[in-house]
Write a protein that binds this ligand. Structure first.
Ligand SMILES: [Zn+2]
Length: 119
């Protein structure tokens, strides 16, 4: 372990694993993305006044991130990532980002929450 050379990519990845992999409770299952709820299910439960999706799978609802009276939020119910964007306050992202913003959780915690895994 005596080396002054910079790490190559593989070593750097291993080092990061060592750094972040120590605490097993913070590890996500490899297939977590496949196990997320369907965007239609998730947004149906978390967005007020969610309407029917249009031809491209986007639906309008009330934005929870600002005081919205006009259903300014658009969510993609057909895409895998469940993207959302709000035309009034400018919030945008995917379903995990929505859940992070909604709950105040960090990324891993938000994903685990979406999977129904309690730490
Ligand atoms: Zn908004």
């Amino acid at each position: 372990m005596k080396s002054s050379r910079p790490m190559n990519g593989r070593q750097a990845v291993a080092a990061l694993r060592g750094l972040y992999g120590r605490d097993k409770s913070h590890r996500l299952p490899d297939n977590w993305r496949d196990r997320l709820p369907a965007p239609a299910t998730y947004y149906g439960q978390h967005v007020e006044k969610l309407g029917k999706p249009n031809g491209t799978g986007w639906a309008q609802g009330r934005c929870p991130f600002h005081d919205d009276h006009n259903a300014s939020l658009s969510v993609s119910l057909s895409g895998e990532r469940g993207h959302y964007r709000c035309f009034a306050c400018g919030e945008r992202g995917d379903m995990v980002g929505f859940h992070m913003r909604h709950t105040g959780l960090g990324f891993n915690e938000a994903v685990r929450d979406l999977l129904g895994v309690r730490a």
